[in-house]
Design a protein around this ligand. Sequence first.
Ligand code: NZQ
Ligand code: ZN
Length: 390
Amino acid sequence: MQGNFSYYNPTKLYFGDESLNFLKDELKGYGPVVMLNYGSGSVKRNGIYDQVVAILREAGKTVVENPGVMTNPTLEKLNEGVKIARENDVDLILALGGGSVCDYSKAVAASVFYEGDYWDKFWLRQENPPEGQKLLPVGCVLTMAGTGSEMNAGTVITDASINLKMGHVFDSRLMPKFSILNPKFTMTVPENQMKAGIYDIMNHIMEQYFSDFDDNTSDYLSEGLMRSVIHSSRIAVKNPQDYEARSNIMWTATWALNTLVGKGKQQDWMVHMIGHSVGAWTHAPHGYALASVSMAYYRRAMKNGLPKFVRFAKNVWNISGEGVSDEQTAEKGLEALKQWMLEIGLPLTISELGATDDMIAGITETTVVYPAGYLNLTKEDITEILKESM
Ligand code: NZQ
Ligand code: ZN
């Protein structure tokens, strides 16, 4: 195992169909004013909002509501949330929703007490809040599995005026203080979002797995997580109400991106960079945008990363590799990935998401590119990948 690293994850998790019961005790640790961030109304329709607000009221909290956090939250909405938090002397931010609401809540938490231009500092310049700057604590009640935002310091914000979707992973100060993961809450997630979340999980693991060639415990953990999500996804697409499958998907999502399986790894993340840009232009669900460019990307990466792609084929997809070349084994692994994506109903092209030929220059332009994984791409390569993904 190469590299030197630290591992610290301060997020306390409550998992299971009774996990919301722990919210009341958690709330004791925070002051009286709770900012409640949520999305476009699903939590009101499925009753989770009522349950959470009842607990907040019982705990004597003043609830400052901030609804309307959209999927792929915008800078404009961030500005609105920062203003609300500043005006109301908020003590705790409670995110009630999926990755978008969790990400957004961390973004507000980082920005409320920053006096300068927080978009420029945190997202454009990729810096962290200065030491000693006050940060608001964040708690999450997660309603959708996928991003891992419930146990990481990632925040993805879009400047919609220029279609620029920027992620920033803050330091551990911005990790949620606690997250409540009730798999039953995910049962009402629309089918397309469930599938998008499943691919997001798979791709988070792949982004970390497809780098380096050393023997690393992280890769063995990743292979187990990938096998679990493939297995559970097949059950969940047939029967979305299968609690066992949905609970495994939720738990896998958390471990796929709570920094553990990236330890000692260079990591890749270029599918995410291209996917973010596709998402900003097409407004596709995050996981769909990733799926749509993955095959073209991994076929390229396979050439430089052959031993790892052979291992992926054998250990994740049970391909024997006997009697064929390494290239053929690796290709069979990618073919198995593709067949699984088709089986669960993921888009394999960006045109399915509404991308048109005249968008390719713009999507290329807003893709953040850096040397990563097994590739050192140029902007021309990004254009080629997008064309191959049409
Ligand atoms: O708006 P609401 O009403 O909340 O509806 C949401 C939204 O329309 C709906 N939904 C969520 N839970 C539901 C539900 N509908 C019915 N029942 C429920 N229980 O699903 C839709 C999608 O929700 P969203 O939160 O946008 O999805 P997701 O969890 O995939 O989050 C996507 C965002 O996370 C970012 C993405 O870029 C994107 O902005 N990411 C964050 C990461 C991180 N923090 O580390 C990493 C990821 O790679 C990703 O980039
Ligand atoms: Zn993702």
